[in-house]
Design a protein around this ligand. Structure first.
Ligand code: ADP
Length: 205
């Protein structure tokens, strides 16, 4: 992701203007114990990026926009490929019991069921809870009996946007989407990963 990083001095200028707007260049320079000339480049960057407004003969105002201005566009265009994680695969013969153990061991929220490398089902936490309650034949009932099957599985491709994937998760109230490359399942987009992306995006702000 391309990001313009604001320097400590630029951040200090923003803070001062927030408190003292309208603030003149001289006031800002004095508050930082620097000369006007030293902060000239910083002020032009901050006005060009729209973070500060400069009004001639009045001074600088804070625009309310101290988010990195490129973040919005970067996030909007981010593709699934950049955020997909590795799914945990199982076969349809896997017992509900073993699937639950796998869920814990792999620390994942869903299992993708494949047959000869082709995705045929998805098993979620609640599928497994329901299955476990109904599973009288302990350790023997296969997950094929409880999985959501193709063609009812919603998927995305690696070139879909992360935003589109997030919308699908929200609209359909599911936790993850398999990422497909033709017939092949090459990844997974989960709510957890999208939450991580949100945190990463703003960690330097
Ligand atoms: P949980 O059941 O633990 O709340 P989900 O919200 O992901 O987890 O799953 C809800 C239901 O939707 C489950 O029955 C699950 O099998 C199914 N499901 C999960 N992911 C998908 C998907 N990508 N496409 C279609 N159905 C899905």
């Amino acid at each position: 992701m391309s990001q313009i990083k604001l320097s400590a001095r630029q951040l200090a200028i923003i803070e001062f203007v927030k408190e003292h707007e309208p603030a003149t260049g001289d006031q800002i320079a004095r508050s930082l114990e620097l000369t006007r000339a030293t902060i000239r480049a910083d002020l032009s960057i901050l006005t060009m990026t729209g973070i500060l407004d400069a009004r001639p003969k009045v001074g600088y105002f804070y625009s309310g926009l101290d988010l990195n201005p490129t973040i919005y566009e970067d996030i909007r265009q981010l593709q699934v490929e950049a955020i997909m994680t590795t799914p945990v695969f199982v076969t349809k013969e896997t017992s509900i019991h073993d699937a639950i153990v796998t869920l814990f061991l792999e620390d994942t929220g869903s299992l993708y069921v494949v047959e000869s490398s082709v995705l045929i089902g998805i098993v979620s936490r609640k599928d497994l809870l329901k299955g476990a309650l109904a599973d009288t034949d302990k350790k023997a009932t296969p997950i094929a009996t409880i999985m959501t099957r193709m063609p009812n599985i919603l998927t995305v491709t690696k070139n879909d946007t992360a935003l589109y994937a997030a919308q699908q998760l929200v609209i359909h109230q599911i936790d993850s989407l398999p990422v497909m490359d033709a017939e092949k399942t090459i990844g997974k987009v989960s709510k957890t990963r999208l939450a991580q992306l949100f945190v990463d995006t703003f960690k330097n702000e």
